[in-house]
Design a protein around this ligand. Structure first.
Ligand code: SF4
Length: 745
C-alpha cells in the first residue's frame, strides 16, 4: 500500500522543479519600468490570493523579493481547499504573470477573421467600438442576440452587464462540456447538485471508487490530499479506467474496463448489492423511493451479463461490490468532474448516485457531507429588464433538464441555417478558448464566421483571440481584485484575492472593463460601486468582516449554523425531489419523458485499425490555460499518445517516434505527437493529455507542441436530457509515413 508521501510524490512533481523554472523570471522582473518597480517595492509584503490556475480556487499568499518582484505563491494554512499546500501547477501560477507572450494592450481586428491582423487601440477606442456594435445589434435583433461565454472570475461582471442589457444568454462550457450531467443526475436523485468542491468526505472514507476519475493527475488539491490520508488509513481504492492511471497504481483493484461500458458495470454492481442484500436496509427504507422498481429493473443485469459487455471478470465485480458494502456507509462512488463522455452521461451518473444511495453514503461520515457556504449580499441595482425571448422559450422541448444556457447550443444557434432564423449575432468570450473547448471545431468556426461582433477577454493570445473583432487584455489573477470566494465546504469560509502587483503592460481587470462598457451602454446603475474594493468592503462588512481584515488573514472561517455535517441517527430528512425522498426511480426524469431508470445501451466500437481516443489531465497543466506558462512548460512541454505494446507492434511504433493522428472522419491532427508505448493502456484505446497542439503562433512556448485532442473530436453524442456533449466516441488511427526530421522541420 502506498504511503501518503509516496502518493503525493507521484501525483505531483517536485516543487523544486517549479522554483528552478522561476530563475529566468528574475531577469524579466529586472525589465520592469521604474514605476512598476516602485509600486512593487511599496507592496513588498505578502498579499492574499486564491489561485486561478485551475478552478479549485486554493487560497494562498503571494510573496515578493526585496526588489518587489513576485517570487512565489504558497498555500494559506487556514484554507480548507488546500490546507496550506499549493499543488505544483498552483505554485507555477507566477508564470502567468511573467509570461512575455501575454496580451498587452487592446487590439482591434484589421483583416478578415482568423488572419491574426490587429492594430493596437486605446481602451476608449476599444470600448467605443464594442458599445456601438452592441447598440446596433440590440436595435436590429434585440439584446437577446448577444451571448456571453465565460470560464473565469471576470464572468460575473460581464454577466451583470449582459443581464442589464436584457440578454439572459450566459453560457459556461463547464456545464455542457464538463460537469452538467452529474449535476442533473444528483439533482434528480438527491434533490441537490454537487457544486465545487464536491462535498466528499474522502479523508474519512474506507472505500473510494473512481470511475474514469483520475485523482492525482486531475490535481484537485484538497481531494488529492484527502485521498492520500485515506490511503494511509487503509482505505480501499477501486479504480475503473481503461488506463493504468496514477490512482490505479494506488488501488487495491484496477478494473481496466472496455471503454463506453461503465454504465453496465454500475448496473451490475447495483444488481449484486441488491441480490446479496448488501445495501443499507434501514437507510433505503427510510430515505429512498423506488427500491422495488430498481430491483426489478436490474434483475437481469448480473455480473455475468456485465462481463460480456465490460470484459470485467464477474468474480471481480462481486468482490468489489462486497468491498463497497463492507465499508458502507463510509464509501464514496466518486461522481467525477469531466463526465461528458458518450451522450448517456446523465443516466450513467444516475447509476453512480443510486449506488451511493443504496450504500447509504449520502449524508454519512466517510461519504457525502452537508456543505455550507457563506452568503454575501449582492449590490443593489434596478431589476434586470425581462428578456423578450430566451433559449428556453425558443426551445421548450429540447434538453428539458438543462437549467443553464448551453455553450454548444448557443454555438449551434449562431450558425446560419436556412431552416431557421439565426438567433445569436454577438459573442463576448471571457477566459474560454472556445476553439479548443467546444467539440466539432468546424461548427464553431462556422458560427464565428457569421457573427457581427466577437469580443474576447483573456490574459493570453489563445486560438479564439485570432478570430476576435476586439481583444481586451485582462490582467492576471495576481494583479487584480476579484469577487470573494465563498465556495461550499465543511464550514462556511471566505477567501480574498487582491492584487500583489500593479497590472503589467496595458492590461486591466474585468470589473473595470465591464463597468466602463456599462457607462457607454447606459446601464451604469447596475454597477453601483465605482471600484471592486469598495464593493468587497461593503459585502465583507455585511458578514462581520472587512477588506482590511481580509487583507491580513486572506481566509476567514465561520461556524456552521447547525451541528449537522452528517445525518444524525434516525433524522428526518426532506430531499428536494418530487417525492421528498432520495429517488432511485426518478420522477423528474419520468415527468420529462425520459427513462426514470438508467439503462445501458451499446455504443459504437472503433472501426478496424482505429482506437478509441481517450484524453485526460496531467498534474502540472490545466487544459490549454497553462500550456504556455514558462514554469509549467519546464515540467511538461508537449503531450504524447499512449499506445499499447500489442498495437505498437502491429504498427511498428516505438516510444519517442512522432506520428500524426487521424480520426474516423478523416480529420488529421495539425501537429505530430510523440508515441509512448506502454502496458498502461488497453489495446483498443489510446490516451493523450488535453491542452496541447496549439496552433496559435503568438504563444511561442507551446505553439505546435504535441497534438490537440479537441481537434480530433468531430463526433459529438448529445445527451438528450441536458444537452451535454459526449466526446469519447471518436476513434483515431496513426499516420506514420513521416520521418522525425520532417517533423522537426
Ligand atoms: S489545485 Fe493547484 S492549480 Fe488548482 S487552484 Fe489549487 S493550487 Fe491552484
Amino acid at each position: 500500500m502506498a504511503t501518503r508521501r509516496q502518493f503525493i510524490r507521484i501525483s505531483t512533481v517536485s516543487a523544486g522543479a517549479v522554483m528552478a523554472g522561476m530563475a529566468g523570471f528574475r531577469l524579466l522582473a529586472s525589465e520592469l519600468t521604474e514605476g512598476q518597480k516602485a509600486t512593487m517595492a511599496a507592496l513588498n509584503k505578502r498579499t492574499p490570493t486564491y489561485c486561478e490556475v485551475c478552478f479549485w480556487k486554493c487560497a494562498g499568499w503571494v510573496y515578493k523579493n526585496d526588489q518587489g518582484a513576485i517570487q512565489k505563491i504558497t498555500g494559506n494554512a487556514e484554507d480548507m481547499n488546500c490546507n496550506g499546500r499549493f499543488c505544483p501547477r498552483g505554485t507555477g501560477g507566477v508564470g502567468m504573470y511573467y509570461d512575455e507572450d501575454r496580451l498587452k494592450t487592446p487590439l482591434i481586428r484589421t483583416e478578415e477573421r482568423g488572419k491574426q491582423s490587429f492594430r493596437e487601440a486605446t481602451w476608449d477606442e476599444a470600448f467605443d467600438y464594442i458599445s456601438e456594435k452592441i447598440k446596433k445589434l440590440s436595435a436590429d435583433y434585440g439584446p437577446e442576440c448577444i451571448a456571453l461565454f465565460t470560464h473565469g472570475s471576470g464572468g460575473k461582471y460581464f454577466t451583470t452587464l449582459l443581464k442589464a442589457l436584457g440578454s439572459p444568454h450566459v453560457a459556461a462550457p463547464s456545464y455542457a462540456q464538463c460537469r452538467g450531467p452529474r449535476e442533473v443526475a444528483f439533482q434528480a436523485t438527491f434533490g441537490q447538485t454537487l457544486d465545487s468542491p464536491e462535498p466528499l468526505d474522502i479523508r474519512d472514507t474506507k472505500c473510494l471508487v473512481l470511475i474514469g476519475s483520475h485523482l492525482g493527475e486531475n490535481m484537485h488539491n484538497g481531494q488529492v490530499q484527502e485521498m492520500s490520508d485515506a490511503i494511509d488509513k487503509g482505505a480501499t481504492i477501486i479504480t475503473v479506467d481503461p488506463r493504468y492511471s496514477t490512482a490505479a497504481g494506488k488501488s487495491k483493484y484496477w478494473l481496466p474496463i472496455k471503454p463506453a461500458t461503465d454504465l453496465a458495470l454500475l448496473l451490475a454492481w447495483i444488481n449484486v448489492i441488491i441480490n446479496e442484500e448488501l445495501y443499507d436496509k434501514a437507510y433505503v427504507e427510510k430515505y429512498t423511493y423506488g427500491f422495488e422498481y430498481l430491483k426489478e429493473h436490474v434483475k437481469d443485469m448480473t455480473p455475468e451479463w456485465a462481463y460480456g459487455v465490460t470484459t470485467i471478470d464477474p468474480t471481480v465485480i462481486r468482490e468489489t461490490a462486497r468491498e463497497m458494502s463492507n465499508a458502507a456507509p463510509a464509501v464514496i462512488v466518486h461522481p467525477g468532474r469531466h463526465v461528458t463522455w458518450y451522450g448517456d452521461d446523465t443516466q450513467r451518473l444516475r447509476a453512480v448516485a443510486i449506488l451511493n444511495a443504496l450504500l447509504g453514503s449520502w449524508g454519512r461520515r466517510g461519504g457525502f457531507y452537508r456543505a455550507e457556504s457563506a452568503a454575501l449580499p449582492e449590490p443593489t441595482h434596478p431589476p434586470y429588464p425581462v428578456p423578450k425571448r430566451t433559449w428556453r422559450t425558443e426551445f421548450p422541448d429540447l434538453y428539458k433538464l438543462a437549467d443553464v444556457v448551453l455553450a454548444n447550443g448557443v454555438c449551434d444557434a449562431s450558425v446560419p441555417d436556412p431552416s431557421r432564423n439565426c438567433k445569436f449575432h454577438g459573442w463576448i468570450v471571457n477566459g474560454s478558448n472556445l476553439i479548443e473547448t467546444l467539440p466539432n471545431r468546424a461548427n464553431t468556426l462556422r458560427a464565428i464566421e457569421a457573427l457581427e461582433l466577437l469580443v474576447v477577454i483573456d490574459t493570453m493570445p489563445m486560438e479564439i483571440t485570432g478570430y476576435a473583432d476586439v481583444i481586451l487584455p485582462e490582467c492576471t489573477y495576481l494583479e487584480r481584485y476579484d469577487e470573494i470566494r465563498t465556495g461550499p465546504h465543511r464550514k462556511p469560509q471566505i477567501a480574498l484575492r487582491m492584487p500583489a502587483a500593479e497590472p503589467m503592460y496595458n492590461t486591466k481587470p474585468a470589473f473595470w472593463m465591464a463597468r466602463e462598457l456599462a457607462k457607454r451602454l447606459g446601464v451604469i446603475d447596475y454597477f453601483p460601486f465605482e471600484t471592486l474594493e469598495e464593493q468587497l468592503d461593503w459585502q465583507l462588512k455585511d458578514l462581520g468582516s472587512s477588506l482590511e481584515e481580509m487583507k491580513k488573514v486572506g481566509v476567514k472561517t465561520f461556524d456552521r449554523p447547525n451541528d449537522d455535517l452528517f445525518f444524525t441517527p434516525g433524522e428526518e430528512v426532506e430531499f428536494f425531489t418530487g417525492t421528498g425522498k432520495i429517488e432511485l426511480y426518478s420522477t423528474l426524469l419520468a415527468d420529462g419523458g425520459f427513462d426514470p431508470m438508467p439503462r445501458y445501451t451499446k455504443h459504437p466500437e472503433p472501426p478496424e485499425g482505429f482506437y478509441r481516443l481517450n484524453y485526460g489531465r496531467a498534474p502540472m497543466h490545466t487544459f490549454g490555460r497553462t500550456s504556455n506558462n514558462p514554469n509549467l512548460t519546464d515540467l511538461m512541454d508537449e503531450n504524447s499518445v499512449w499506445v499499447n505494446p500489442r498495437v505498437a507492434k502491429e504498427w511498428g511504433l516505438s516510444t519517442g517516434q512522432y506520428v500524426y493522428l487521424e480520426n474516423q472522419d478523416g480529420k488529421r491532427s495539425e501537429f505530430p505527437i510523440k508515441v509512448r508505448v506502454t502496458e498502461r493502456i488497453r489495446w483498443d484505446s489510446v490516451y493523450m493529455v488535453h491542452g496541447f497542439g496549439h496552433a496559435q503562433k503568438k504563444m511561442r512556448r507551446c505553439y505546435g507542441k504535441g497534438a490537440s485532442d479537441a481537434s480530433l473530436i468531430t463526433n459529438v453524442m448529445l445527451d438528450p436530457i441536458m444537452g451535454g456533449t459526449g466526446m469519447r466516441g471518436n476513434f483515431v488511427t496513426f499516420i506514420t509515413d513521416l520521418v522525425k526530421e520532417e517533423v522537426a522541420s
